[in-house]
Write a protein that binds this ligand. Sequence first.
Ligand code: PLP
Length: 361
Amino acid sequence: MTALLDLPPLSAAGFAAIEDQVAALLHTSADVIVTQGEALLPLEAAIRGAAHPGSTALNIVTGPYGRTFGDWLRSCGAEVVDLAVPFHSAVSARQVADALAANPAIDFVSLVHAEAATGNTNPVAEVAAVVREHGALLMLDAVASVAAEPLLTDAWGVDLCVIGGQKAMGGPAGVSAVSVSARAWERIAANPAAPRRSYLSLLDWKERWTDAGRAVLPHAPAQLEMLALGACLDRIAADGLPAVIARHRAASAATRAGVRALGTLTPYVTRDAHAAPVATTLRTAPGVHAGELAATLDPSLPVQPGGGALAAEMLRVNHYGRAASLDTVRACLGALATATGADAGPALHAADAAWAATVEV
Ligand SMILES: *Cc1c(COP(=O)(O)O)cnc(C)c1O
């Protein structure tokens, strides 16, 4: 473990090179700022940078993070229109278009791409198109979608795209990043309430780092996390992003097919098109408490109960990062078969077939 100590300092050029790798992963030519903290840091920084008294935000709630965003937006003094959809589904572009038409003052939209906590994913390309037509800024929480499904920041017109390294990227927690479009910079710079001289200030980074030619780091970087982020970006490049995405899609398809064959649990997200590739949520049979069921499983398996009240009825299989593998899916299905008194054979067979059909596409 002393290998973790006494490392040479991470240079400004090294830090900038990692930012450029993140930009490539996000398919963006906008500024990318790597932030020294978990992904909630750039998410809060983006909201506090853009929102202010007098602004109106459309907050799309498809899982627990949307609720947090709404609280931050309100604490900035913004008027907030919440558009909540049931966690077993996804928002549609039509719903967003209707909300924008009903509230022409909306100038900011917050959306979560994939929801690891509830297992659903939203059609960002379609939603972004209606947001762009309306003229509002779009903030996207892509923490649970990056490297698990396509993320076309510039082509879709996402103004603030936030990622973290610890989900499908298979990298470190505690370091994160946000891309900031020119439109977003204009809005944030014009916002007198935007944080300045603050840990939450994107403008500080722009002034002291990005606009200063990224020559001198404004503080000592979180070196170990940055090295780990660089290593995981290198590994994604070596594996090929399409292959990494295909593994996640296959893990989702295999888990859903396997669970349907089990018969003792059902996919929580009803439509395949709304299912997130990072995690598959499952509904337990009536009267079966998911938290109690999860407690009987091998704790090394990536299965956990839903958060909060969802623990009564929701199990979550996390198949992201290295766990986006057929071996992991089979191990989880086998354990769930035993725990629910089902026959594992047909489930494993269905999972194998779905895996093969998905990775070969
Ligand atoms: C995991 C996750 C986060 C939080 O990331 P942290 O790095 O733990 O702050 C935010 N949003 C979504 C959608 C996530 O899945």
